[in-house]
Design a protein around this ligand. Structure first.
Ligand SMILES: [Zn+2]
Length: 138
């Protein structure tokens, strides 16, 4: 039910943003979904569809756009930042498969490409956020 809670948060945020912008009917919602956020995109999308139906006084033929946010890491030692994607080539297929299901596993093998430090943090690719809404003003 994780997906429903996140979808509800996105929809509530969208409705509040619309009120602030004096948007009467929301026609488009863009959502950023971190690739490390372990949620089922299909269920998430279904939940968003159901919730826009439930709160239909705020929406009109809404298009929901889900963008996957790629993982970005930052070294705690030298502050270098890099995309996790760029490292996927250097790992073998079995590891890649494991990473697909448990992204955290990947980080065991990860080192900063600049200084080689294993001490880094995730700066992008986690969480779900509303990136923009479009709609019809009063
Ligand atoms: Zn570094």
């Amino acid at each position: 039910m994780h997906e429903w809670a996140l979808a509800e948060a996105v929809i509530t945020t969208a409705i509040n943003a619309a009120k602030k912008e004096k948007i009467q009917k929301i026609t488009e919602v863009s959502v950023q979904l971190g690739e490390l956020q372990q949620i089922n995109e299909e269920i998430f999308r279904y939940a968003l569809d159901e919730l826009t139906e439930l709160y239909k006084e705020h929406f009109s033929k809404v298009i929901i756009d889900i963008n996957i946010e790629r993982t970005q890491l930052q070294c705690n030692n030298c502050e270098h930042t890099w995309m996790f994607d760029s490292m996927k080539d250097s790992i073998d297929e079995d590891e890649a498969e494991a990473i697909h299901f448990i992204p955290e596993v990947a980080f065991v093998h990860t080192r900063c490409p600049n200084c080689g430090s294993p001490d880094f943090r995730v700066i992008k690719g986690r969480g779900v956020s509303l990136s923009s809404i479009k709609g019809v003003k009063k």
